[in-house]
Ligand binder design. Structure first.
Ligand SMILES: Nc1ncnc2c1ncn2[C@@H]1O[C@H](COP(=O)(O)OP(=O)(O)OP(=O)(O)O)[C@@H](O)[C@H]1O
Length: 569
């Protein structure tokens, strides 16, 4: 089934304001960062996100149309139309809601980023929950699994908004980086809808003694399971955890459980394992016409090619200045994606010391969860600013009014490019993308993104000397971590880059001195070099491992290492 109407065909009709400069801290959303049940009143009032009105084509059905067939609870309809001010469905909602509600079909659904997939899966999930004649809070009716903690919290917010007229239903979260005990107590106090990341959910299902837990028991009457950004979960290796979670649920055949998988990108691998959560005869709905890039037609995408990795920071500053001159500093709200946490920290240091840029913040998974949550909220409510981030927020995150997305260096794959770009031009708004790569990485634009109509822009490297001066004054630990993470990351696509390992190290060493401003090539620990598979490669400076008792921390320029997947986030 295909649906090709463009939700952006009309001008942006965003409503609301109240957003503030990023330097003003957003109120902390206690319902999410704490572990109490997400009581709708408390949570909703804490969220400072302006209401959005998507530029939905007037010819899609209205939510009110569902009422005439008694497919939607009147209170939920009032919330959607009066509180959230959504009248017409978006194309993906129009395509999926009816089959999900009337036939309770299992579904794999694909639609472009920022087009309202969350409401598309939450409404049927809530409708099933209302239809069950059980006391609210007794058992978990709906389970949504998300690849990241930030996305889980955002989905919980959206669910809580939808339930604001029915506070008897409780939304809980189970995510990593927070207190597991208090999470469990919240769930057991009463939970109707659980939003979880896979690893933490798995932890909740068994007791320390290995028996099934009380949380496990609460899941034995599950009515709906949703895997959001399902392909990402497979990509980061969550398949075994997902299988174990699903094995803990009542048998699919004997229960009436409905399954849904949603994403903007759907890989063949995902299709081949969809049956773990869906029945064999599931429906596949895509609102992206075949052969289309999957990025929004209205997002101009610029390609900037810089000569070497040492030019990347200067190229980024030049491209940012170019875009700021178009949009103006006051409303310039941008996400810059970089490949690894250490590179995010490096670029953040450079941009923080570059004059005439809006405020800069960084976000990646090596921060504490409370810092991650604070930064996410701060950027969500900011009117302008530059957020440097890894792929930890590439998927699903709905930051209002992001005018631009920059990608400094190639992403892990084509899907990541699409999802990162999708943080702008959401809900019918305008947006622009800039992809900055080196000559070595051009293969990615030429082959993996050959269907994207890039506008080629000249690299502005006028900031090169200033950037290098700033880099040279950085803490050697920042330089060393960036160097090591660069090596770990670019070892991945070494074949596509057409490099030998010697060439990889040569490029890394040139980047360390000419780009990162290191006085000399940073030293790597022997064990790190081994884990990276670079033992004996010429050009590396290898130092001894520290004595056993001082190992294990993540700190230190030569520590960690080799785990490209983890470093990427
Ligand atoms: N029918 C609607 N009318 C107006 N706005 C809507 C409607 N449905 C959802 N929205 C809003 O559109 C925005 C984008 O929705 P959402 O985050 O669900 O997109 P998505 O398709 O899941 O994106 P991604 O692929 O990035 O995860 C949200 O702010 C949401 O509240």
């Amino acid at each position: 089934m295909q649906e090709s109407r463009n939700p952006a065909s009309r001008p942006n009709r965003r409503r609301g304001g109240g957003s503030k400069s990023m330097s003003t801290r957003a109120p902390r959303n206690e319902g999410i960062s704490g572990t109490a049940p997400l009581n709708s009143t408390r949570l909703f009032s804490a969220v400072s996100q302006p209401a959005l009105t998507i530029a939905v084509p007037a010819d899609t059905p209205k939510f009110a149309d569902l009422a005439s067939e008694k497919l939607i609870n009147p209170l939920l309809l009032e919330t959607i139309t009066q509180d959230m001010k959504f009248n017409h469905m978006t194309p993906v909602q129009a395509a999926t809601l009816r089959p999900l509600l009337t036939e309770r079909k299992d579904m794999l659904a694909q639609a472009k980023t920022g087009t309202g997939k969350t409401v598309a899966f939450l409404v049927p999930l809530l409708e099933t929950m209302f239809s069950r004649k059980r006391k609210p809070g007794q058992n978990i009716s709906g389970l949504v699994i998300s690849p990241t903690r930030e996305l889980a919290m955002q989905i919980a917010n959206e669910a809580t908004s939808l339930l604001q007229r029915m506070p008897q239903y409780k939304v809980c979260i189970a995510i990593g980086g927070t207190n597991k005990g208090s999470e469990e107590r919240s769930i057991l106090r009463g939970c109707d809808l659980l939003i979880a990341t896979p690893g933490r959910l798995l932890d909740h299902l068994k007791t320390d003694a290995g028996d099934y837990s009380a949380v496990h028991e609460r899941l034995q009457f599950l009515d709906t399971i949703v895997l959001d950004e399902a392909d990402r979960m497979l990509d980061i290796g969550f398949l075994p955890a997902l299988k174990q979670i699903i094995n803990c649920l009542p048998n699919k055949e004997s229960s009436e459980r409905q399954g849904m998988l949603f994403s903007a990108t759907i890989t063949d691998q995902l299709k081949s394992v969809a049956h773990i959560a869906l029945s064999k005869d599931y429906t596949f709905i895509s609102t992206i016409p075949e052969g289309e890039a999957g990025t929004h037609e209205r997002v101009p995408q610029h390609l900037v090619v810089v000569p070497t990795f040492s030019d990347m920071a200067a190229g980024l500053v030049g491209a940012l200045r170019q875009e700021i001159s178009q949009v103006g500093t006051d409303s310039f709200k941008t996400i810059v994606f970089a490949p690894t946490a250490a590179l995010v920290d490096f670029y953040a240091e450079i941009l923080q010391k570059t004059p005439n840029l809006p405020s800069i913040i960084a976000l990646h998974s090596r921060m504490t969860q409370s810092k991650r949550t604070r930064t996410t909220e701060e950027f969500r409510s900011a009117k302008n600013g530059i957020l440097l981030a890894t792929d930890v927020i590439a998927r699903g995150m709905d930051f209002p009014s992001v005018t631009n997305v920059f990608q400094a260096g190639i992403p892990a794959d084509r899907e990541s490019y699409i999802h990162r770009l999708g943080r702008t031009a959401r809900a019918g708004a305008e947006g622009r993308g800039t992809f900055i790569i080196t000559t070595h990485e051009k293969y990615f634009a030429d082959y993996k993104l050959k269907d994207v109509a890039f506008t080629k822009s000249e690299a502005d490297l006028s900031a090169k000397n200033d950037v290098l001066r700033v880099a040279e004054r950085l803490d050697p630990d920042v330089q060393a971590k960036a160097y090591q993470s660069w090596l770990g990351y670019y070892k991945g696509p070494i074949k596509q880059l057409q490099w030998s390992v010697d060439q990889l190290v040569k490029e890394a060493n040139a980047f360390a001195v000419n780009g990162l401003g290191a006085a000399e090539v940073p030293t790597l620990r022997k064990s790190t070099v081994g884990k990276m598979g670079l033992k004996g490669v010429r050009g590396l400076v290898v130092g001894p491992d520290p004595p056993k008792e001082s190992r294990g921390g993540r700190g230190g320029g030569g520590g960690g290492g080799g785990q490209a997947k983890r470093q990427r986030m």
